[in-house]
Design a protein around this ligand. Structure first.
Ligand code: NDP
Ligand code: 2IT
Length: 449
């Protein structure tokens, strides 16, 4: 194992996020290899950490002033042992091959946990949609899809949204795919309702996080009701996490964006959340503007030079990080523990550094890792694919019930796998082991391909 990990670092020394994701999984699946010597002979670690295919391409586009820009596009097709590649697209200036590979790697295990037949992939670009007009975003999406279209398909690889990619971008991407292929198929998920989208898909990741958190609480003899929660981010995942916490009788007191965060001691309510959704989704404004409407709330800038993130210094029972990777470092985790946090359930992908995750485990915090806790989004994407194949749409309640069932089942799977390997209530170990075993067995069934 040590040799394989060293080889991964040697081959791609600058892919820090990818190394981080791989090391975390390998730490726990060592035990599985010890029980299954055949896995070593079959070199399953080397196979599962090497993408089946990496696609990188030039994305040229023209801004409203006639200036040409060139961005880089990515699609990492990580593993198709249990189904077509499935995973979102991220448009953000921080996107690199390392980021997309870590996300694709995580997606393999997450999708395996959903109970549905989906392999893992991820893509995106270092394009920054912030401040760009609809026309600029459309031209960028069309150029991106002009290349991506040849690599994807409803039975091959099905992208969706992630940071910077929502309904607007999925619309432009789908339109270009349809024109190029002359085909109306479920090649993307997260579509609008009128042309093949699923009810509950916009809500699914956030709702799923809270369904998972509430399963974890119930397992420990408690509930979300009456609990004070810190939520970070203010995008798709943060918004619907907040909505579901409120519906379950909890209180949310923080939200953030990449510039700063708001703290509203009274907690958000339905009306305030509506304001935030309009601010972020329609006006595409900044979270700071919340304080102009609700002056009792305080805004603080997030200073990148600071050795901790101040959003995690407030007294609370639960934390649902929902912005981005590595937003909780070890010091933040200690702050959370010292301020009474009992549950951390991850909406973002890999928001806790390995040191932070260890602090949670050492201090008996109920820790729901992203690949289990935020799997509701891709799970409902899987349900969208199923509805598209049947050319039917299920009612809201049916999709929501299926989502609840899936989150319950992921919870049980994690608990059972953790117990089987003598790490009771360690959801991180449970998610890694259960996700891994299913994919590896499928790979072995299908031979050396
Ligand atoms: P959105 O683009 O809707 O929102 C992203 C939010 O996170 C914004 O508030 C954004 O602030 C903030 N953010 C982004 N990058 C950074 C950064 N580098 N530092 C601080 N804040 C940042 O994305 P989503 O809500 O869809 O995604 C949030 C997280 O959830 C990501 O980790 C994503 O991978 C994960 N996720 C998403 C799923 C989905 O279905 N959408 C499914 C599963 C996981 P700003 O406006 O300033 O950019
Ligand atoms: O990280 C994720 O699981 C997503 N961004 C959703 C992927 C999807 O295919 O719906």
């Amino acid at each position: 194992m040590e040799n394989i990990l060293a080889e991964i670092v040697r081959r791609d020394p600058d892919q820090r996020e990818f190394h981080q994701a791989v090391f975390e999984v390998m730490e726990t699946v060592k035990l599985v290899l010890d029980r299954n010597p055949e896995y070593r002979r079959q070199a399953v670690i080397a196979r599962i950490t090497e993408p089946e295919r990496v696609i990188m391409f030039r994305v040229p586009w023209m801004d409203d002033q006639g200036q040409v820009h060139v961005n880089r596009g990515f699609r990492v097709e990580m593993n198709s042992a249990i189904g077509p590649y499935k995973g979102g697209l991220r448009f953000h200036p921080s996107v690199t091959l390392s980021i997309i590979k870590f996300l694709a790697f995580e997606q393999v295990f997450k999708n395996s946990l959903t109970t549905l037949q989906m392999g893992g992939g991820k893509g995106g670009s270092d394009f920054n949609p912030k401040g760009r007009s609809d026309g600029e975003v459309m031209r960028f999406c069309q150029s991106f899809m002009a290349e991506l279209a040849r690599h994807i398909g409803p039975n091959t690889d099905v992208p969706a949204g992630d940071i910077g990619v929502g309904a607007r971008e999925v619309g432009y991407l789908f339109g270009m795919y349809k024109k190029l292929r002359n085909e109306f198929t479920g090649v993307l998920t997260g579509k609008s309702l009128d042309w093949g989208g699923s009810l509950i898909r916009p809500e699914a990741t956030g709702y799923g996080v809270v369904y998972f958190a509430s399963e974890m609480m119930a397992h420990a003899g408690d509930s979300i009701e009456g609990k004070t929660c810190l939520v970070s981010g203010s995008g798709n995942v943060a918004q619907y996490t907040t909505e579901k916490i409120l519906q379950m009788g909890g209180r949310v007191v923080t939200l953030s964006d990449s510039s700063g965060y708001i703290y509203d001691e009274e907690g958000f309510d339905e009306e305030k959340l509506k304001f935030i959704m309009h601010l972020k989704n329609i006006k595409r404004g900044r979270i700071l503007e919340y304080c102009e409407e609700y002056p009792q709330a305080v805004y603080a800038e997030i200073d990148p030079g600071l050795d901790h993130n101040p959003i995690w210094t407030h007294r609370a029972d639960c934390a649902m990080p929902s912005a981005t990777q590595n937003e909780i470092i070890e010091k933040d985790a200690l702050n959370l523990v010292n301020n009474g946090v009992r549950l951390v359930c991850e909406g973002a992908n890999m928001p806790s550094t390995p040191g932070a995750a260890q602090v949670f485990l050492d201090n008996g915090v109920l820790y729901g890792p992203s690949k289990a806790a935020n799997a509701g989004g891709v799970a409902v994407s899987g349900l969208e694919m199923a509805q598209n194949s049947m050319r039917l749409s299920w009612p809201r309640e049916e999709v929501d019930n299926r989502l609840k069932q899936i989150m319950k089942s992921i919870h049980c799977t994690c608990i059972d796998a953790a117990e089987e390997y003598n790490m009771p209530a360690n959801y991180m170990a449970g998610a890694n082991i259960a996700g891994f075993v299913k994919v590896v067995n499928a790979m072995l069934d299908q031979g050396l391909v």
